[in-house]
Design a protein around this ligand. Structure first.
Ligand SMILES: Nc1nc2c(ncn2[C@@H]2O[C@H](COP(=O)(O)OP(=O)(O)OP(=O)(O)O)[C@@H](O)[C@H]2O)c(=O)[nH]1
Ligand SMILES: [Mg+2]
Length: 410
């Protein structure tokens, strides 16, 4: 069935960094010339970008994985590895991104909004970088950094200006197909519409987007019927049009229908009751109920022009009252600093990207590399941070996957 998807899971992985090379110049009269191992290239990043031409999250249902290109490895003669290409993942406007834990990470509201979903790994340094007075022939290089990788929950909030609200079979789909180019299925039974449909309405004075959402029933806000899944799309609409079925004599009268619909909206989100709301009776041509308010017939066209005019005017008014769109909101900055915590086993755990990275990319079985990493950690202030956190000689310290005993500087 689904020609539309408004929820999906997405797995993103940046490109791993390329490894630095260990290499020495070949010279005619010297057995081992100076180090000339090039650096590895950085891996590409994964970006999510809102794009007007993407209508749903369907593409992620069957293929949830997106990864950027790896960085090339460094080579001899000082050749650096190539940078891996970024992966640009197009998502519809109105895509909301959350972590698996439910934390909001980004709202991609309008075309062009971008969000960095997974950072590529940095390339490792080649051995040429480790040349110093003490180290004439460095025998080590860094590995490439492993890229960020994670699962995300993505969800689409339709960007409709007007939402059509009504009980099942009230004539919502018939109305949207009359006033826009959208052609959802119309049939004389409830729950014909299973997924939301958007239509663009154009008149001389106005242009706006209308959403035909599946019918609501009593209890929808608690999960009854289909409507609750789509109530969040109603949340985005500036104007609500409540359609009351006047046709069926045996069905609930219009006043009762309105009570149920308004109650469900309010239960789902009280602020919806503050939205501009137009209430109309539908199927005026075959009306079986008395109705004092305005009436339309999507079949004969009665009342349609005036309804569309009212929708347009309310949308324009609501747009003018709004602050400018926010663009991307990134809720969680990347931690870059240095932090020392106590592990459950009493060990001092050092966190922070630069320190973790220094450890992760190095081959710590190589004595020279180990020496370099210790020097680097000191430069990053790890020793000082440990001393401040109360570490004493012999205490266990962990950084990433690396453990050692603390030895204070003299
Ligand atoms: N006579 C008449 N029939 C109408 C009118 N509008 C809709 N209908 C009929 O009412 C039935 C239901 O119409 P739909 O547009 O599918 O209703 P809906 O509100 O989209 O229903 P769900 O998708 O199930 O929630 C269909 O048989 C339509 O032909 C109208 O103005 N006049
Ligand atoms: Mg319908």
């Amino acid at each position: 069935m689904p020609e539309f998807a408004d929820e999906a899971q997405l797995h993103v992985k940046g490109g791993d960094g390329g490894a630095g090379a260990i290499s020495f110049r070949r010279e005619a009269h010297v057995a081992r010339g100076g180090p000339d191992g090039g650096d590895g290239g950085s891996g590409g990043d994964v970006w999510l970008v809102a794009d007007r031409d993407v209508a749903s999250l369907l593409a992620f249902r069957d293929h949830p994985h997106r990864r950027a290109e790896k960085g090339g490895h460094g080579q001899g003669k000082g050749r650096h590895g190539a940078r891996g290409a970024d992966a640009v993942v197009k998502v519809p406007e109105g895509t909301v991104v959350r972590s698996k834990g439910g934390e909001a990470l980004a709202d991609l509201v309008a075309a062009g909004d971008r969000w960095l979903a997974a950072r590529g790994g940095r390339g490792g340094k080649g051995n040429a970088r480790f040349l110093s007075n003490r180290r004439r022939a460095p025998s080590f290089a860094e590995q490439g950094e492993v890229a960020e990788e994670r699962w995300l929950d993505i969800e689409l909030k339709l960007m409709a200006d007007v939402a059509l609200i009504g009980l099942p079979n009230a004539g919502k789909s018939t109305l949207i197909s009359r006033i826009s180019a959208a052609k959802p299925k119309v049939a004389d039974y409830p729950f014909t519409t299973l997924v939301p449909h958007l239509g663009v309405v154009r008149t001389e004075d106005h242009e706006f987007v209308v959403a035909d959402v599946p019918g609501l029933i009593e209890g929808a806000s608690e999960g009854k019927g289909l409507g609750h899944r789509f109530l969040r799309h109603v949340e985005m609409a500036r104007v609500l049009v409540v359609l009351l079925d006047l046709a069926r004599a045996e069905g609930p009268p219009p006043g009762e229908q309105e009570r149920v619909l308004v109650e469900e909206l309010g239960r789902y989100q009280p602020s919806l009751l503050g939205r501009p709301r137009v209430v109309v009776g539908s199927k005026a041509d075959v009306a079986a109920h008395d109705f004092p308010g305005s009436r339309i017939s999507a079949v004969t066209g009665e009342g349609i022009t005036s309804l569309v005019g009212r929708m347009g005017a309310l949308v324009t008014e609501a747009r003018q009252a709004e602050p400018a769109p926010v663009g991307i909101v990134v809720h969680r900055p990347e931690p870059e600093g240095l932090l020392v915590e106590r592990g459950d086993d009493g060990a001092f755990v050092v966190r922070g990207r630069p320190a973790e990275r220094a450890v992760a990319v190095s081959d710590l079985t190589n004595a020279e590399a180990l020496d370099y990493v210790q020097h680097r950690l000191r430069r990053l202030g790890v020793d000082r941070a440990l001393a401040r956190a109360g570490a004493r000689e012999g205490d266990l310290v962990r950084i990433g996957g690396f453990s050692f005993e603390y030895e204070p500087d003299q």
